[in-house]
Design a protein around this ligand. Sequence first.
Ligand code: DGL
Length: 273
Amino acid sequence: MKAGPIGIFDSGVGGLTILKEIKQTLPEYDYIYLGDNARAPYGTRSFETVYEYTLEAVKKLFSLDCPLIIIACNTASSKALRSIQQKDLPQIAQEKRVLGVIRPTTEDIGRYTQTKHVGILATPGTVKSDSYRIEIEKFFPDVMVHQEACPMWVPLIENNEHNTPGGEYFIKKNLNRLLQKDHRIDTIILGCTHYPLLMPQLKKRVPPYIRIISQGPVVAEKLKTYLSRHTEIASLCTTGGTVKYLTTESPIAFEEKASLFLVESIKAEHTEL
Ligand code: DGL
């Protein structure tokens, strides 16, 4: 099989928070980032649609020789990953791998929480799928999970309105709703790749004993471990430290939005799925 870059897929620009951490932890590899910006957000779309779109993106990245794809989107991980891994992969690319972001974020949660009461902030799609509760229950049946869907947060971030009084209103509203569900929550998972941009605002609004977990560093560490354990996959990932950015929208629109997430300026290319 041909070697190639590691593929990172997101509905839009949110996955850049994951890519940034992966690049820092594993700078030696080549990456292709694919954002389906033309059809984002996925968070409010049906299971069937998210699955169909995600499968198209996976096929695209396979056609670009990616031996390994990280679905850096919670909505796509919760609604499409399992079907792709179990149903599609054996047919389209048996020797390739597709991983998500929910499993790595949940498998250590029992180490972070003392009270065993955990809160999840995510898109309506991710909350509706119940994926976080299901995954956490597998590893830690004694952990109580509360979820809050934040439908406004992604549009606020994408429009750079999260630091305005209007943005603050929605951030406070959803965060308070989560905290009111259970006063014993001591750990909050940001279950959407956009939300790390809200970290300063969220930290300001929670008591100091509440830990807020951002997925990027966790996913990056887990990927490092995965590659060291699966040398047959690692040996198919090319090294050169390059990153190529593809978007289904206009590259200029992508570059503008990406500047909210990354410190360096980047060049993107348009692609069709
Ligand atoms: N990146 C997606 C996630 O992590 C949120 C954006 C969207 O709704 O498309 O869930």
